[in-house]
Each structure stands twice: as structure tokens, then as C-alpha cells.
Design a protein around this ligand. Structure first.
Ligand code: ZN
Length: 414
């Protein structure tokens, strides 16, 4: 007798259908036909069953800050990637925002964000939360509180993110230190050249913090052109010098999207050697971002959702299926094989970035965390923007027909 059996499921890259047997929150059996019975049985009805989405780059502390009025707030000009002026404008909006917001309000935004993630099929995430001389550590404490509240449904890592620059806003260093001590999982910074104005010092400082607390690093590198490529190359070199292999994520890396192929070819050996990982976010991925090339070279690349209706970018929805559809258009990756590669970027590649591959995936012994769609493949799920018929966490149904079950709603004050 199983706790739960999912019958007639199509799995990634497998011909034919399978039954999945689940006991005590783990996958116990994957067979063509399980003869045993389940206490609960779900008929996937020849539809696709996937591990949940992994969203490697979010900003939960500011999610949904631009809603509530007839027109989107903070949205008078376009965000132009590669243009540092856009970044400066948003950093100052953030400082203004964090001046007045309370920790309780930030918690509400984080909870709303997580609720939105769960109903969209995401059960693992990483969030950057702002730290500077104004926000101080209130986003970190809010995120830690919420993490504790939702721990049975949703797992996320917290990046202590010096949004105004660790070097530029010297006071933020004190708060980043406090955040790492309190339990933030990673240290984050941005743009060592165009924000920090000193590539070497800025990178050295971030490694200093990471090593002091034995934490990983996730750094936003949005620098344009040759400057961006140079910065990424220096980051890879620092990873090697500090023996920090496999522990550093470079978020965005827009410069790779406008570099000639020869330049990228040139730096691939050092990127591979450093075991650096990349995250690109669907709202800002440059059209020529070399996603396939990096993956072919076994450099992990995940796609993520980034901002959700906030004062940086209004367009993000936090929905990976929408992200995949938009990414397929931005990157011109529309063939079956390319859609498969994209699917990986929101699932298994994301698990590599978060370092959770030991518990993640549809394999015997792994956590029974699953999505059952109403389409038979990743391709149709993206193209038709499939419904999440069930989302299952640790062998328990938590979402049915895109809705969180009532018993979990009180967690989110709904
Ligand atoms: Zn970001």
C-alpha cells in the first residue's frame, strides 16, 4: 500500500507512461504499472508530470510594490538593460521605498510572492533581499521569519544583497555582516565596475564576506559590453584564486548577450574551470544570450523570473511557464529540442544552481515534489500555458487546478 500513486504519467524524455508510487514523502517506485494500491490515487490521464519549478532569482521583498492604483506605480520610463542610468534610478527608488516600509509590510510582500510562486508550480527559490544603510536588515529578518512560517510548503535561499553596492555604501557592510550572522545563505553585490567603481576591491570584498561565514556568492553583473565580459572573467579568476569552485552564481551577465562568439569562446575555458553558474531572467535576457552554448559546455545556466510587479520592472509575473514562453521568443528557441533545453533551465539547471540535486527530480529516493499538468509534454505545457492540475509537496497535494488548498491559505492570510 502506497500513501499516494500517480498513474498514467508521461515523464521527461521517456516513451510510454509510468506510475509513480510515493511513501512518507519520497518517491518509492517508478514503474510501467504499479499493481499495489495507493491510499490516494491520482490519474494523470496521459499528461506530463515534472519536478516543480526552481526559481533561482527573485526579489521577494519588493514584489507587488507597483500595484494598487489605476496605473502601474514607478513606471514612467522604460528600464533599459545595459544602461547604468536605469539602474541608478531604480536604486534610488528602492532607497525611498525602504525608508518608510515596515518589516511587517515586507513580510506581507514576501508571503504574497510565495503564494504566487506555489500556485504557479514553484517550490524552490532564491531571493535577493535589499541591504543598505536605509533598509538595513529589515528585509532579511522578514525573509527569515517567512521562511520559518512556510517551511513545510516552500524552500528558499536568502541572498544578503547590497543593492547600493558594498563598497559604495560602506555602511551596508555592517548590515551584510549582521545578515550573514543571522542566517542569510549567500552574499550578493552588483556591478563591480559601474556601481562599485573598483572591480578588484569590490570582488575581493565579496569573497572576504563569503569566506568569513563560509557562504556562497550570487552577484548581479549587468555591466555592458567589453567591460561586462572583463568583469565576469575577473570574477572567474577570483573564484579560482579563492578556491570557491561551484559556489558562485553570476546573475544576468547581459554582456555575454552582446559579445561576438569569439570572445565568449575565449573565456569559456576559465568559466568552466571556475565552475561558475549563470542565471538569466526572462524579463531582461538579451536576444543573443548564449544560453545553448554555455549549457553545451556544461556551464550551468538557469532561467528565473526576477521582479514581480515591482519598482524595478513592472512586467514580471513570477510564473515560470510564462517565463519559458517569453524566453523561447527572446532566444528564438522554439524547436522541440530547444524547448526541452529551456524546460531544464527552470527545473534541473535551477536545482544545480541551488545545490539541491540530491533531493530534486523524479527518481527513486528523491523528495515527492511534483507538478501534474494538463498537457502531455514540456513543449505543449509551454505553448499552451498548461494548467497545474496538481502541485505535490513531500507527497501531499497542496494545489489543485491552480488553487492552493484551503487548509494552507491561512498561512498566507488569505
Ligand atoms: Zn535581481
Amino acid at each position: 500500500m502506497f500513501d499516494l500513486i500517480i498513474r498514467n504519467a508521461y515523464l521527461r524524455k521517456q516513451d510510454g507512461i509510468y506510475d509513480i508510487g510515493i511513501n512518507k514523502g519520497k518517491i518509492f517506485d517508478i514503474s510501467r504499472k504499479i499493481n499495489d494500491k495507493g491510499e490516494i490515487e491520482i490519474d494523470a490521464n496521459y499528461n506530463f508530470v515534472s519536478p516543480p519549478f526552481v526559481d533561482t532569482h527573485t526579489h521577494m521583498d519588493k514584489s507587488f510594490t507597483a500595484i494598487g492604483e489605476r496605473f502601474p506605480k514607478y513606471n514612467d520610463s522604460s528600464y533599459i538593460i545595459d544602461v547604468p542610468v536605469s539602474r541608478e534610478k531604480n536604486i534610488s527608488t528602492g532607497l525611498e521605498y525602504f525608508k518608510n516600509v515596515t518589516e511587517e509590510e515586507i513580510e506581507k510582500h514576501i508571503l504574497k510572492h510565495i503564494y504566487n510562486q506555489i500556485i504557479n508550480g514553484t517550490l524552490f527559490a532564491r531571493t535577493h533581499v535589499d541591504i543598505d544603510n536605509i533598509a538595513q536588515i529589515k528585509s532579511v529578518t522578514a525573509a527569515l521569519n517567512v521562511r520559518n512560517k512556510v517551511k513545510n510548503l516552500f524552500d528558499f535561499q536568502i541572498v544578503a544583497f547590497a543593492e547600493s553596492g558594498l563598497l559604495r555604501d560602506k555602511e551596508s557592510q555592517k548590515y551584510v555582516d549582521m545578515a550573514l550572522k543571522l542566517g542569510a545563505d549567500l552574499v550578493g553585490d552588483l556591478d563591480p565596475a559601474t556601481v562599485e567603481n573598483n572591480i578588484e576591491q569590490s570582488l575581493d570584498l565579496i569573497f572576504e564576506f563569503a569566506k568569513k561565514y563560509d557562504k556562497d556568492i550570487d552577484i548581479h553583473i549587468m555591466e555592458p559590453g567589453t567591460l561586462g565580459i572583463y568583469t565576469i572573467e575577473r570574477l572567474a579568476k577570483k573564484i579560482i584564486d579563492n578556491n570557491y569552485y561551484d559556489r558562485v552564481t553570476c546573475s544576468h551577465a547581459w554582456s555575454l548577450g552582446n559579445a561576438p562568439v569569439e570572445w565568449i569562446n575565449n573565456i569559456i575555458p576559465i568559466l568552466k574551470k571556475s565552475k561558475i553558474k549563470f542565471v538569466t531572467c526572462y524579463t531582461t535576457t538579451p536576444y543573443n544570450f548564449p544560453l545553448k552554448m554555455l549549457i553545451e559546455n556544461e556551464i550551468p545556466v538557469a532561467c528565473a523570473t526576477d521582479n514581480v510587479r515591482d519598482f524595478w520592472l513592472i512586467m514580471g509575473s513570477g510564473n515560470p511557464l510564462q517565463g519559458l514562453l517569453i524566453e523561447s521568443q527572446r532566444l528564438n528557441m522554439t524547436s522541440n529540442n530547444e524547448l526541452d533545453i529551456l524546460w531544464d533551465t527552470f527545473t534541473i539547471q535551477g536545482a544545480k544552481i541551488l545545490g539541491i540535486t540530491d533531493i530534486y527530480g523524479i527518481e527513486i529516493g528523491k523528495n515527492a515534489d511534483l507538478i501534474i499538468f494538463d498537457e502531455p509534454s514540456p513543449q505543449w505545457s509551454i505553448i499552451n500555458q498548461a494548467n497545474k492540475v496538481y502541485v505535490i509537496k513531500n507527497g501531499k497535494i497542496i494545489v489543485e487546478n491552480n488553487n492552493l488548498l484551503n487548509e494552507y491559505k491561512s498561512l498566507f492570510n488569505i
